[in-house]
Each structure stands twice: as structure tokens, then as C-alpha cells.
Write a protein that binds this ligand. Structure first.
Ligand code: GLU
Length: 410
């Protein structure tokens, strides 16, 4: 993943004729911290997990980015994701640099007690580098509001001051924001709607396929369903379901809330996570994890618009194949930026201790997403490049301009 992120940066640096010194600086994360996270397990054993927090770039403000709990977490992945966060924040104009963190663990096999102890120890190990004006974590894969509540509490207990602004994606009661839980999926929905209009795809009846039914996919599926699109297939880690006439997403969500899997839904045929990507549809949302559309299956993708709900779901080889076929790919740093956009709103509300109405949040989110989408489309037309290249050009230029203005210390 890091190789891909670096190759993308190198290509864009060349297009922008970036100053070689600034290019070199952007290739390296500014700070990387690796910590061991000793955790007492329920059976009395002691497990030592490895945790990371990487701050890619601090030019435009404090750093921002999620924390993931996943067996695939390693320094390269976290570094790549931190870099993506720098571009994502810059693209939508937030006053942040990018960061990412994570723990290599299988959260699905851990109890709440184990997760709490691990989260608290991890937080205390990275305490020196986080803070509301320093680096602000948020949820990502297999972390949620509860994880953020534990992180906020651990930080606050160490400092002796309740500090809601140290994390975003918290429960509402502890300084979270209305609309944050839905924000990433809602942002995907806003940009897809704009892209569908540009490509003359009517939303009513549009065939939508969503891979991944978590924070991003489930919300996006719900919003498309409510817009009278035909959501023909959805999946989670256990597999998917397909119904050419459209699934009743309200019902799938209700069943899912009872702790099941979308595969238990009766009114559709079982389909695998690989097959779901290859269904003929108007809109495909890969909202599960990275590396899903590769040179092996890109040729068989039959969607008109692909909107990357996940970070890094399409490999560069696949990008080229899709571009040659005329598929529009709305890149991750644009399509899924709604999460960090509302994280920013949450942080602003925490710092001001003044909270907004949900309609204000959604309106501002829509403004941020649509204006970024329009800037990306305009540049892609002007430069005759795909949307990912255009988005990266805008983002990298903004960070590079910031670096140039601040100069080199000492
Ligand atoms: N984890 C989310 C992302 O990848 C949100 C990060 C944030 O809100 O800081 O964009």
C-alpha cells in the first residue's frame, strides 16, 4: 500500500513540477511512533499487541486521522493511510495534516473488556503525541464511538481536564457531533449524486451495488434506497445478497441491527464478496477495505460509476483498466472525505463548546463535498486526467504551497 501511495505522489509531483526538496519531504512521514500494548486478556494471559501512530505532515495544522484495529495493520499500511489523510484533508480544505494509527489485532475475537484495556493502554502510550491542538484520532476499521470514548477518557484522566477535542467520532453525550456517524456514507451519497447528474444517470431506479456494510456502506445503501435507487446487492465480511429488483434496505438494516449478517436476509440470492463487484450496475461502492479492484478483476467491473467508500480499494493497474473502459472512478480522498469533514465540524464544536443542529451539519457537509467534487472535475477536464489524478494534484499542491510559504526550518 505504501508503494502505491508513493508512486501516486511521484506521478503527481512530476505533473505539478513540484520542487524536488518539497517532494522529498512529502515522501517521508514527519513522525512515526511504534508502541507495544500489553493487555490482560480475560483468561488471565498477557498479550502484547503492536500499535502505531504516524503523523505524515504537520504543515497546515494539527494532524487528523483514524485508528484501525485489524490483523493487517503494519507500519507501511499506517504510513500510506496517513499520507492519504494529508491529501484528503487538503483536498477539502481542512486546516489539518494527515495521520493514521492502528493496532495489529483481531478485534472481532476480543471481548469489550479486552478492547477497553487495549485501547486505554494504547492511548497512554501515544499520549505524548496526541491532543486537540496536536493530533486528533477518530474511528476507522473496527473502532467506533465507544473506542473514542475510552480514548477521550484516558487522555482526560492523564491531563486532569476533560478534553473532548482530543478525538472525534465520540458519543453525542461526550461532545460528539450530530451527523458524524452517518457522515462518510452521506458524503459518498452527495458526490455520487453529483456524478450521476454529470453522467446522465437518473437516480430513480439506478442500480447500486455496495460492498461492505459498516459505517460507510450501510449508510450509503440506506440513503440510495431512500432516494428510490435500486440497491441490487450488498455484502459484509460474511458475503453478500443480490436481488435484481432491488433489496429492501430498511429491512436489511433492521436485521443487521439485531447482530446478524446481511447474508441472513431472505429476499435475495447469496453472492460472494468477489462476485458482487462484477455485477452489472450503474453505481458501485466498494466500502469494505483496500485492494478489492485489482488487475485480476478490473476488466469484469460493469459499473458506470465507481465511488470509493473505502480507502485504497482500487489498485493503480486496475485504475488504468477502468479508465480505458471509460468507467468513472471517484477516488477515496474525495468520495469518503465526508467522515473527516464532519470530524472537523465536531472538533470546532468541541473547541467552541457550542453545538450545531443536524441540518446545519448536513448542509455544510454537502457544500464541502460538492465544491471539492466540482474543483476535481474542473481540473480533470482542464488537464485531461482522471479524477484521482486531479484530486491528488489539487491536494498535493495545497500542502506543497503551505510548505513553500512556511519555508525550511532552521
Ligand atoms: N477514518 C476516517 C477516514 O479514513 C475518518 C478520519 C477522521 O475523521 O479523522 O477518513
Amino acid at each position: 500500500m505504501l508503494e502505491v501511495a508513493l508512486a501516486q505522489l511521484d506521478a503527481v509531483a512530476e505533473r505539478l513540477a513540484l520542487d524536488p526538496g518539497i517532494h522529498k519531504r512529502l515522501r517521508q512521514p514527519q513522525r512515526s511512533l511504534i508502541v507495544s500494548v500489553p493487555t490482560l486478556m480475560d483468561d488471565g494471559r498477557l498479550e502484547v499487541f503492536t500499535g502505531f501512530r504516524v503523523q505524515h505532515d504537520l504543515t497546515l495544522g494539527p494532524t487528523k486521522g483514524g485508528i484501525r484495529y485489524h490483523p493487517g495493520v503494519n507500519l507501511g499500511e499506517v504510513t500510506a493511510l496517513a499520507m492519504l489523510m494529508s491529501w484528503k484533508c487538503a483536498l477539502i480544505g481542512l486546516p489539518y495534516g494527515g495521520a493514521k494509527g492502528g493496532i495489529c489485532c483481531d478485534a472481532t475475537r476480543m471481548s469489550q473488556g479486552e478492547l477497553e484495556r487495549m485501547t486505554r493502554r494504547y492511548t497512554s502510550e501515544i499520549l505524548l503525541v496526541i491532543g486537540p491542538d496536536q493530533d486528533i484520532p477518530a474511528p476507522d476499521l473496527y473502532t467506533n464511538e465507544q473506542t473514542m470514548a475510552w480514548m477521550m477518557d484516558t487522555y482526560s484522566m492523564h491531563r486532569g481536564i476533560t478534553t473532548p477535542g482530543v478525538v472525534t467520532g465520540k458519543p453525542l453525550l461526550l461532545g460528539g457531533s450530530l451527523g458524524r456517524a452517518e457522515a462518510t456514507g452521506r458524503g459518498v451519497y452527495y458526490v455520487v449524486k453529483a456524478a450521476a447528474r454529470d453522467h446522465d444517470v437518473p437516480m430513480k431506479g439506478a442500480r447500486v451495488v455496495v460492498q461492505g456494510f459498516g459505517n460507510v456502506g450501510a449508510v450509503a445503501a440506506k440513503l440510495f434506497y431512500e432516494e428510490d435507487c435500486r440497491v441490487i446487492a450488498v455484502s459484509d465480511s460474511k458475503g453478500g445478497i443480490y436481488n435484481a429488483n432491488g433489496l429492501n434496505i430498511a429491512q436489511v438494516l433492521a436485521e443487521d441491527a439485531e447482530g446478524g449478517s446481511v447474508t441472513q436476509h431472505r429476499d435475495g440470492d447469496r453472492i460472494s464478496n468477489e462476485e458482487i463487484l462484477e455485477l452489472e450496475c450503474d453505481i458501485l461502492i466498494p466500502a469494505a477495505t483496500e485492494g478489492q479492484i485489482t488487475r485480476k478483476n478490473a476488466d469484469r467491473i460493469r459499473a458506470r460509476i465507481v465511488a470509493e467508500g473505502a480507502n485504497g480499494p482500487t489498485t493503480p493497474e486496475a485504475d488504468q483498466i477502468l479508465a480505458a473502459k471509460g468507467t468513472t472512478v471517484i477516488p477515496d480522498i474525495l468520495a469518503n472525505a465526508g467522515g473527516v469533514a464532519v470530524s472537523y465540524f465536531e472538533w470546532v464544536q468541541d473547541l467552541q463548546q457550542y453545538f450545531w443542529h443536524e441540518h446545519q451539519i448536513n448542509e455544510r457537509l454537502s457544500e464541502v463535498m460538492i465544491s471539492a467534487y466540482q474543483r476535481v472535475v474542473a481540473l480533470s477536464r482542464k488537464e485531461q486526467v482522471d479524477l484521482r489524478t486531479a484530486a491528488l494534484m489539487l491536494a498535493v499542491k495545497r500542502v506543497a504551497d503551505g510548505k513553500r510559504l512556511r519555508g525550511l526550518y532552521p
